[in-house]
Design a protein around this ligand. Structure first.
Ligand SMILES: [Zn+2]
Length: 155
């Protein structure tokens, strides 16, 4: 077909004929629309344990998403008394050297230890944050980063 290749200026220059002749007449806008309508296939490759922006990966590769990056101490205490689990990032690096999740017996002791105390020392700050499990929105996690004292545990 001699008329196969169309005149770019006549059709506004949005045609993208490809070298193999497939998709002739498919515009970039068509491709974008097609891509937008595809079901999502997020990258499920394993991330190393630690904090990756708003995603937290624990040692068992369970993922949680960030709810509150600046959780206050009374609320953290209330969440734990209500059943949230606790994880520690002792040096506050974001988990590069490990995030440890508190075992159930120690967690039980923590619930009677009152609220955590967060250091506001500028050189050694602490921070609390809350997270929710990606696969179970009823599982809450409180992350204590840097210098946080909670019960007898110094994290
Ligand atoms: Zn660290």
């Amino acid at each position: 077909m001699a008329a196969g290749r169309r005149n770019r200026t006549a059709n506004g220059g949005d045609r993208t004929p490809d070298a193999r002749g497939r998709g002739r007449g498919t515009t970039f806008a068509d491709l974008v629309r097609a891509e937008q309508s595809r079901p999502a296939r997020p990258d499920r490759r394993r991330l190393p344990p630690g904090r990756h922006g708003d995603l937290l990966v624990d040692a068992a590769h369970r993922r949680s998403t960030l709810v509150d990056a600046h959780l206050d101490a009374p609320r953290a205490g209330a969440l734990v008394r209500g059943g949230a689990t606790v994880a520690f990032d002792p040096c506050g690096c974001g988990g590069a050297c490990g995030i440890s999740t508190l075992e159930p017996d120690r967690l039980a002791r923590l619930t009677s230890a009152g609220d955590p105390v967060v250091s506001d020392d500028r050189r050694h700050p602490g921070e609390l944050s809350s997270w929710v499990a990606e696969d179970d929105r009823s599982t809450l996690l409180v992350l204590a980063s840097g210098r946080v004292v909670w019960g007898r545990k110094l994290a």
